[in-house]
Design a protein around this ligand. Structure first.
Ligand SMILES: Cc1ncc(COP(=O)(O)O)c(C=O)c1O
Length: 395
């Protein structure tokens, strides 16, 4: 029986495709430090489970399609800290940021439409868009420029009558780059001039280092009717398995229509919403402490990378990733070699090949993405193993 062309043309997750190799070598007894996936090791705040344990109901009922009011209000309050004000109809709760991205794409694009995305980009953007026959037009950014945006002209020339939106993650996965205010203003200008939506994926908001403050697109008033903010508890509150995200937008027509998709899937898990509401109520002291921890990890990664001859990478300022060009021809081959051939005291590392984060063929072949999601001691060890591995591989 035939499968759809759509599903067959979807790429396998580049982050997960090497997992079977890692599983095999681990079974053979090797210890692998996982730098390949954005799964934080930080404990989920206890407030999440406490709220669920205290939930007093004999029946776990469907929640509202829009989401639990207590969670919606907690998210609204969270935005107020940055002087961004949403009313209760301007937030929709989703199954993670993933569903928020899928719903937003379905709501604003028809099959054959295009979305501009700075590349390298979070690889599942291809899945969310390709699954509904929407294509990504990459805005190529480079390691040498710290993955900041190119000029306005370079972006504008990619726009066609089929372009419906600009989508980006800020802070960036996989780049760790935080867009400056002037870059966000440039995006806003382009969106106004070419009548585009702006899908601002802010699931890493709060992870901003060196005194920087990640700016929410929600604070640019001139585009408030075009901005769709993607939210999630996965990273900020280390609750990836809770599957709680949200769409925030001041465009009432858009929200009214996305609500139809929310109704079609009935609701998001009731208990997890109750837990997630408490996460959004955590004070800035919590986010500050997490930030300090990730900044220390970032420093370990960067300090090692800059000392390795032939490595190109700018210091990342946000999220918990870095993309680095390595002195190898093919990063995927090197990653596999690290898994299968290399070890020191029975230990090695796993990274993600960056090629899959680009949609332009031929880019990223010699690059890796490192997720610094391990404690500082393990990060020191993992980066030591990377340095040793590269020395051996190139000797
Ligand atoms: C940039 C970005 N957006 C969205 C997501 C999806 O997150 P969620 O777990 O909320 O579905 C991720 C997950 O890694 C991500 O990195």
């Amino acid at each position: 029986m035939k499968l759809s062309n759509r599903i067959q043309s979807m790429q396998e997750s580049p982050v997960r495709k090497l997992v079977p190799i890692a599983t095999r070598v681990k079974k053979e007894g090797k210890k692998i430090y996982h730098l390949n996936i954005g799964q934080p090791d930080i404990e989920t705040p206890k407030e999440f489970m406490n709220a669920i344990n205290n939930y007093d109901s004999r029946v776990i009922k469907y929640s509202f399609s829009q989401g639990e009011p207590t969670l919606i209000n907690a998210i609204r309050e969270y935005f107020v800290r940055d002087d961004i004000h949403f009313n209760e109809n301007e937030i929709l709760i989703t199954n993670g940021g993933s569903e928020a991205l899928t719903f937003s794409t379905i709501a604003i694009c028809d099959p054959g439409d295009e979305i501009l995305v700075p590349e390298p980009f979070y690889t599942n953007y291809s899945g969310f868009t390709g699954g509904v026959n929407v294509s990504i037009k990459p805005i190529t950014t480079k390691a040498e420029d710290g993955f900041h945006l190119p000029s306005k002209d370079d972006i504008v020339k990619l726009i066609t009558p089929k372009t419906k939106a600009i989508l980006f993650s800020n802070p960036g996965n996989p780049t760790g780059t935080i867009f400056r205010l002037d870059e966000l203003k440039m995006i806003a200008e382009i969106a106004i001039e070419h009548d585009l939506y702006i899908i601002s994926d802010e699931v890493y908001r709060g992870f901003a280092f060196d005194g920087l403050k990640g700016i929410s697109m929600g604070s640019l008033k001139e585009v408030s009717d075009r901005v769709i903010i993607i939210e999630s508890v996965s990273k900020r509150y280390s609750a990836c398995g809770a599957r709680i995200g949200a769409i925030a937008s001041k465009n009432s027509e858009l929200m009214k229509n996305i609500l139809k998709l929310c109704q079609a899937r009935l609701c998001v898990a009731t208990l997890e919403q109750i837990g997630a509401a408490e996460l959004y109520k955590l004070t800035d002291t919590y986010t500050e402490s997490i930030k300090i921890e990730y900044q220390a990890r970032r420093d370990i990664v960067y300090k090692t990378l800059v000392k390795i001859p032939g490595v190109v990478c700018e210091k990342p300022t946000g999220a918990f990733y870095v993309v680095a060009k390595l002195p190898v021809k093919n990063a995927e081959e090197f990653i596999i070699w690290m898994l299968e051939e290399f070890e020191e005291d029975g230990e090695s590392i796993m990274m993600a090949p960056a090629e899959g984060f680009y949609s332009t063929k031929g880019l990223g072949i010699d690059e890796v993405r490192i997720a610094y999601v391990l404690n500082t001691k393990d990060m020191e060890r993992a980066m030591y193993l990377l340095r040793k591995g590269l020395e051996k591989y190139n000797s």
